[in-house]
Write a protein that binds this ligand. Structure first.
Ligand SMILES: Cc1ncc(COP(=O)(O)O)c(C=O)c1O
Length: 472
């Protein structure tokens, strides 16, 4: 290959076409495969020894090596019975959108670079804001995911609510169920752990309002400056939704920014049946919402929405001399002025493509299906009297544990961990553990639109089988 072929290389076009064909045919067999394929020590050692060569190699062999030696290992988060963490059942429409996004490779930092694509992203953000009940002043941005959305919103919160001389006194309130990315983002923004209050939750894993108000009052009395409460809509452990309307009232009373981490649960806004559960989200100042979770997108697609988009501008707008030619003189904002990134891909187009093809009604039904999946699992779980339900089915998540009376609490923890490991080794389903109320529990999070009642019931039956074998 000569240097002139680095950018436009016809070989890579042929290999891309072959790859897509092969990938699509193998995708059909995904559900017959195990949910995990572990890379053993030898495989990792082989990869570690693959140095960057001084002279290039034939493209076919490199691509084949990537398929055989790299991509096939790990958890298959898009399997119908992968029920751990937040699974990633990505739609092939999103996958196509990703291919198009990287094919055209538009620089979506500024409107002028790609006016039509920027317009689509902006309109889609506006539509999502309407779904959340925000009014015209609202806006937002497509970002890489929930962690970035949380940090972006909290940066706007810090800058709006705290003057520079009081930033070192700012206090933020999360619950013991808030996702770890929130505290991580706060720390990056200069709010250290000593000024992040972890408010306990009630028996339904919702932020305890009395304890929240007490904490705010005692911080004020101690000379701190409370500035933000982070409510969860669909907490990662249990799918719980914090009392949004009540938190909004407290935020109003004490002049605090209300951020909603809806990375997982905000998608429920698109359902007809369950949208009411999120009542009060419209009172928040900002929302995180991941499309690569319950909107079935490939990774790298999240949204941050703010009630007043000027607050993003306030935190992120810069005007260097070398970008003056691309400044806007209309109502639209350059994405680089409302978020962290300068260069960014058109992340929102794959979601737009998916929604155009699928339609919002069917998207809503697919999200509702997750509720049903967790309910089927719950129904099967209830048939076994040795199982204790720790958090019932809500927002596609259920937590439970095998708890025979003969065992101590520690033994029960070990037992449940063993059952989870056995299931993952066998590869039938991905059921992992978490800790709730100090107990190790099994957790099912089921959002795959193609998962069936049989998938859920048979998974629980397998867990029962492992329980019987291990507990003999
Ligand atoms: C509630 C919640 N918030 C934030 C995040 C972080 O999102 P991401 O992994 O996209 O950064 C997650 C991830 O699972 C989550 O469940």
């Amino acid at each position: 290959m000569n240097m002139q072929e680095i950018v436009l290389n016809t070989q890579s076009e042929r290999v891309a076409a072959d790859f897509i064909k092969k990938f699509c045919s193998e995708k059909q067999e995904l559900y017959d495969q195990k949910i995990a394929n572990d890379a053993d020590k030898n495989q990792i050692a082989k990869l570690k020894n693959m140095n960057v060569p001084e002279k290039g190699r034939p493209i076919d062999s490199v691509v084949n090596e990537m398929i055989e030696d790299i991509y096939q290992y790990g958890y298959r988060l898009n399997h119908t019975r992968f029920l751990g963490f937040i699974p990633g059942p990505a739609s092939t429409f999103s996958w196509l959108g990703d291919i198009m996004t990287s094919s055209y490779n538009l620089h979506a930092g500024s409107f002028m670079n790609c006016p039509a694509a920027s317009c689509i992203e902006e309109e889609l953000i506006n539509w999502l804001c309407v779904q959340a009940g925000y009014s015209k002043e609202a806006g937002g941005l497509f970002v890489s995911g929930g962690s970035m959305a949380n940090m972006t919103a909290l940066c706007a919160a810090r800058d709006k609510m705290l003057t520079e001389d009081r930033q070192h006194l700012g206090v933020a309130y999360v619950s013991d169920q808030t996702h770890s990315s929130v505290a991580k983002g706060l720390r990056i923004l200069g709010v250290s752990d000593s000024r992040i209050r972890k408010i306990p939750t009630d028996m339904n894993f919702r932020m305890d309002l009395n304890q929240l108000e007490c904490a705010i009052q005692s911080d004020i009395a101690a000379g701190f400056v409370p500035f933000a409460v982070i409510a969860s809509v669909g907490s990662t452990n249990t799918g719980s939704i914090d009392p949004l309307e009540e938190i909004a009232l407290l935020c109003k009373q004490y002049n605090l920014w209300m951020h909603v981490d809806g990375a997982f649960g905000a998608s429920v806004l698109l359902t007809k049946k369950y949208k009411h559960l999120l009542k009060g989200i419209e009172l928040s100042d900002s929302i995180s919402w991941d499309a690569h979770k319950w909107l079935f997108q490939t990774y790298g697609c999240g949204m941050v929405l703010v009630k007043n988009k000027d607050n993003l501008l306030n935190s992120f707008s810069t005007h260097p001399e070398y970008l003056k030619d691309l400044e806007m003189d209309n109502d639209s904002m350059n994405p680089w002025d409302i978020g962290m990134e300068l260069t960014r891909p058109t992340r929102g187009l794959k979601l737009w493509l998916t929604l155009q093809v699928v339609g919002s009604d069917m998207m809503g039904e697919a999200i509702e299906h997750g509720f049903q999946l967790a309910e089927w699992a719950e129904d099967e779980i209830k048939k076994n009297s040795d199982i204790e339900i720790i958090s019932p089915a809500q927002l596609a998540i259920i937590n439970f544990r095998y708890a025979p009376q003969s065992l101590t609490e520690e033994q029960k923890d070990e037992l449940n961990l063993k059952i989870s490991k056995r299931m993952i080794e066998d590869g039938y389903a991905g059921v992992f553990t978490t800790v709730l109320n100090g107990k190790k529990v099994l957790r099912i999070c089921a959002i795959h639109p193609e998962a069936t009642e049989y998938d859920m019931r048979s998974t629980v039956c397998r867990l029962n089988q492992y329980y019987n074998e291990i507990n003999q």
